[in-house]
Design a protein around this ligand. Structure first.
Ligand code: GDP
Length: 134
């Protein structure tokens, strides 16, 4: 059954000029791309998007980072999209991500890890809705 997930190319990957490489991989993995948009988040936007992490010690650093430059948001669709996109991205920490994954290839640190992907159907619904309103 077809499913949708929210993907972000984070500011580190945009600055590194690997948008094209990441989007090419997304298409090679059989996703169709919807609602593609480049945008810049304010600190408040980033705090709203990452509200579930509000109590984490890295929340302030993370939201500074996510509002530090343009990002690319998109809705990805294919069978098993949520799990598949997370597998293609790899582990949160690029140093622990499997060879060939996006975070291993393009991530810099546990924070500056190139891409985001929703982690469950409920978060995908929240995140897709969050960006479709703006
Ligand atoms: P994800 O689902 O793999 O993106 O990971 P999480 O939901 O745990 O964390 C959300 C985002 O917060 C990650 O993608 C990183 O950008 C950032 N992050 C996670 N852990 C840390 C950390 O220990 N320190 C910092 N500075 N950022 C982190």
């Amino acid at each position: 059954m077809s499913e949708k997930t929210l993907a972000i190319i984070k500011p580190d990957a945009v600055k590194k000029r690997v948008i094209g490489k990441i989007m090419s991989r997304i298409e090679d993995e059989g996703f169709s791309i919807h609602e593609l948009r480049m945008r810049s988040l304010t600190k408040e936007d980033a705090e709203g998007f990452y509200a579930v992490h509000r109590d984490k010690i890295f929340f302030s650093d993370l939201t500074d980072f996510m509002s530090s430059g343009p990002i690319v948001t998109m809705v990805l669709e294919r069978e098993n999209a949520i799990k598949h996109w997370r597998a293609v991205m790899g582990a949160t920490n690029p140093a622990e991500a499997a060879p060939g994954t996006i975070r291993r290839n393009y991530g810099f640190s546990i924070e500056r890890n190139a891409t985001h992907g929703s982690d469950a159907p409920e978060t995908a619904a929240f995140e897709i809705d969050h960006f479709s309103k703006k």
